[in-house]
Design a protein around this ligand. Structure first.
Ligand code: XMP
Length: 507
């Protein structure tokens, strides 16, 4: 199988490059420039190497560099941004750091014929972000693209299959970035494009087995996509050496706890489900303020997990379902800092373990879902919409009671069912039990029930969101079913605020 090495010099898009390569069915792995040697690179037999960008200037002593002999391995190299300048510098060219030109954003690129620009128009738009630039190409290199402000926007040495581009082909703003990477991977490196998530799955399982050996692994399962896929991967890799602790805090949606448990029944793992609804509800009694709810739940989660793991004794590994967007790179290929997991309120520092393993840390969300499907997890789990760690606690406004949770669970299930049946597009949708009661009439009797708000949003990143234009018929059906089927609900409203100024959740 062909493999591409993405040699990381600290750029912000390093993982994105690997993902773009994998999207073209070629396996790519990111390695820090100081985490792999020339000899290891030779031994790995890569089909091609990509140097990433980076924030530095090649002339700074502290800048990341690599043995220039890498250009003589006979393996095609594509340098991007800082990687392009580094390649020029390694091969004896010159870089200008005077800072009198600086390009940022979309720029018109004028390209000359080159295998790298096959099927790319002479003039196209590329994404630039640099101050330094190559002002003298190394011997044997030709300039193959320019912009108005950059005399060497791309260069190549055909004889040695070395290419450098000042712009970023991996970002979508570069019009023909995908084609450029395609040209590099297939025409220049000769890759076959036979990699798939299925292969990745096999490789990941093999390397987890190798690493874990006979060790014991502990994982806190939340039932969300990431921790579920992480659990499934480990279950497949080490089976009975894995203990999954699934804390059911009683704040999940209808049937969710049972669905999660059922999804893991096919593996021979130690699956511990803790029904802790009473504990959580006791802690939440009298709590009305949203942030206090979140904090209380996060802390209690840790306590429950702690109590359980004390009984398990020491483990060798603590597994986390951290995925790439959760990883905050500390730069320069150094190991990443773990973002405090907002679902579990931080790392349990009391659990006795040797090491943390994060088998999904290279994957983006859609890749995680794909991996879950590969592992045979049910679709309802794999394609699950985001669900906040504090669960329904932040959708029952004000104080939480068991009764209110039950009402909300029923109303929410009906709304989601009706929306799923329709073709309406929404990224996240749910019901909220407002604290407002209102007067209604049923038969000849006066009612005085809760107001349920329905919320559906469309968004790419959840940083901003628009309210979803759900067809009236779907809203009508949901409204009539909820008021008929759920006791104590007498009014339904639909939330038509976007984010900002509102947030997706009501609390
Ligand atoms: P907001 O309400 O901030 O939500 O617009 C954006 C996205 O984040 C989810 N969310 C949470 N997820 N713990 C979580 O794990 C939380 O405390 C939390 N609060 C909001 C929300 O469901 C939406 O997808």
């Amino acid at each position: 199988m062909d493999k591409i090495l993405v040699l990381d010099f600290g750029g912000q898009y390093n993982q994105l490059i690997a993902r773009r390569v994998r999207e073209q069915n070629v396996f790519a792995e990111v390695r820090g420039y100081n985490k792999i040697t020339l000899e290891e690179i030779r031994a790995e037999g890569y089909s091609g190497i990509i140097f990433t960008g980076g924030p530095n200037s090649v002339y700074d002593d502290s800048s990341p560099h690599f043995d220039p002999a890498i250009l003589k391995l006979g393996v095609p190299v594509l340098g991007i941004c800082y990687g392009h300048q580094l390649m020029a510098w390694m091969a004896g060219g010159n870089i200008c750091s005077a800072g009198n030109i600086s390009e940022y954003g979309k720029v018109e690129l004028k390209a000359s014929p080159s295998p790298l620009f096959k099927d790319i128009p002479k003039e196209s738009v590329c994404w630039m972000s640099h101050t330094d630039y190559v002002n003298k190409t190394p011997e044997g290199f030709d300039i193959i693209a320019v912009t108005d402000n950059c005399p060497c926007a791309a260069m190549s040495c055909e004889a040695q299959r070395l290419y450098g581009v000042q712009f970023h082909p991996e970002v979508t703003h570069t019009e023909f970035g995908k084609q450029l990477l395609h040209n590099f991977l297939f025409d220049i490196c000769g890759c076959a494009g036979d990699w798939s998530m299925g292969n990745y799955c096999k490789t990941a399982i093999a390397s987890l087995r190798d690493k874990i050996g006979a060790g014991k692994v502990l994982l806190a399962l939340s039932g969300g996509v990431d921790s579920s896929v992480c659990a499934a991967l480990l279950a497949e890799a080490v089976g009975s050496q894995l203990t999954c602790v699934f804390v059911d805090h009683g704040l999940m949606r209808k049937n969710e706890g049972d669905e999660v448990e059922a999804a893991f029944s096919k593996w021979d793992i130690n699956f511990v489900r803790i029904n802790a609804a009473d504990r959580f509800l006791a802690k939440l009694k009298g709590v009305e303020e949203p942030e206090r709810k979140r904090k209380t739940i996060g802390e209690e989660f840790i306590r429950v997990f702690e109590d359980e793991s004390k009984q398990l004794g020491s483990v060798d590994y603590l597994a986390q379902g951290t995925i790439y967007p959760d990883v905050i790179e500390s730069g320069l290929g150094a190991s990443a800092v773990i973002k405090s997991h907002h679902n579990v309120g931080g790392l349990p520092d009391f659990v006795d373990f040797k090491e943390i393993i994060e088998p999904l840390r290279l994957l983006f969300k859609d890749e995680v879902r794909q991996l879950g499907r590969e592992l045979g997890l049910p679709e309802y789990l794999v394609s699950r919409q985001p669900f906040p760690g504090p669960g329904l606690a932040i959708r029952v406004l004000g104080e939480i009671t068991r009764e209110k949770l039950d009402i909300l669970r029923e109303a929410d299930a009906i709304f989601r069912e009706e929306l799923d049946k329709s073709n309406a597009a929404a990224s996240q949708y749910f019901a909220v039990l407002t604290n407002a009661r209102s007067v209604g009439v049923m038969g000849d009797a006066r009612t005085y029930g809760y107001t349920v708000a329905l919320r559906a949003v469309t968004t790419d990143d959840f940083m901003t969101a628009d309210w979803a234009r759900i067809p009236y018929e779907v809203l009508e059906k949901a409204s009539s079913r909820i008021t008929n089927e759920v006791r104590s609900v007498s009014r339904i409203v639909y939330d038509i605020t976007s984010k900002p100024p509102a947030t997706v959740e009501w609390e």
